[in-house]
Design a protein around this ligand. Structure first.
Ligand SMILES: Cc1cc2nc3c(=O)[nH]c(=O)nc-3n(C[C@H](O)[C@H](O)[C@H](O)COP(=O)(O)O)c2cc1C
Length: 204
């Protein structure tokens, strides 16, 4: 490779790295961990849709990968200076990375899952001042409207910024076709949700 080609290659690489560094980092949190969960199927479909948007980068956050202990620290995370527990530290570092979140939540007994609440309660500052959007789904017709309403309240307590766009998918047991595609067309609503997050971050 002559020096001119090497230079072009180097400049292209730097340009790609700079452009990538500016992208908004949206974490898609799977709100359930049980075997056969819907959140994983849905989260993967959402990621494919989101990744069509060049201004953002996304990552699926699977609570199974963290295996967090039940929160019982003497010091509330809001007042904590450093995170000592290595498992919670890994969780804290990951949430710190994020600019915004999409929470993919089931409805369990008119609420959201205990595993999600525990994961949220294990941190505090890491959530602060970041936009959050909700994609709810449930066995019943509502599409987890109760669970998402509760999550909105909790998000405010964490000083997060809940966006108004919301997606609700009812009758989750028949939400996917035999090929694993989502039956309901949510792409337009989902793009609006992403745009709302991006616009909120631009105004900051
Ligand atoms: C413990 C439990 C409680 C549930 N409670 C409700 C409920 O209150 N309302 C509802 O519409 N569906 C309810 N469902 C159905 C779930 O919302 C539905 O099966 C959903 O797809 C489960 O999400 P997951 O597969 O990601 O765990 C419940 C399911 C479970 C496992």
């Amino acid at each position: 490779m002559n020096i001119k080609i090497k230079l072009i290659f180097f400049i292209s690489l730097i340009t790609i790295l700079i452009c990538d560094a500016k992208k908004l980092d949206i974490k898609i949190i799977l709100g359930s961990t049980r075997q056969g969960r819907t959140s994983e199927k849905l989260g993967r479909i959402l990621k494919v849709m989101a990744d069509k948007n060049d201004s953002i980068t996304t990552e699926i956050i699977d609570l199974r990968d963290y295996n967090l202990p039940f929160f019982n620290d003497e010091m509330p995370p809001a007042y904590r200076e450093t995170v000592e527990d290595p498992i919670t530290k890994k969780w804290s570092d990951k949430i710190n990375e994020a600019d915004a979140f999409i929470i993919v939540s089931p409805e369990y007994n008119s609420g959201y899952s205990g595993v999600l609440k525990n994961a949220m309660d294990s941190l505090y500052k890491e959530w602060n001042n970041k936009p959050v959007a909700f994609v709810g789904y449930s066995g019943g017709e509502s599409g987890a409207t109760s669970a998402v309403a509760q999550l909105r309240q909790v998000a405010k307590a964490f000083q997060m910024i809940p966006v108004s766009c919301e997606i609700n998918i009812g009758t989750s047991w028949k939400a996917f076709d035999t090929k694993g595609n989502l039956v309901k067309d949510i792409e337009n609503d989902f793009n609006n949700m992403i745009n709302e997050i991006v616009n909120l971050q631009l105004k900051k």
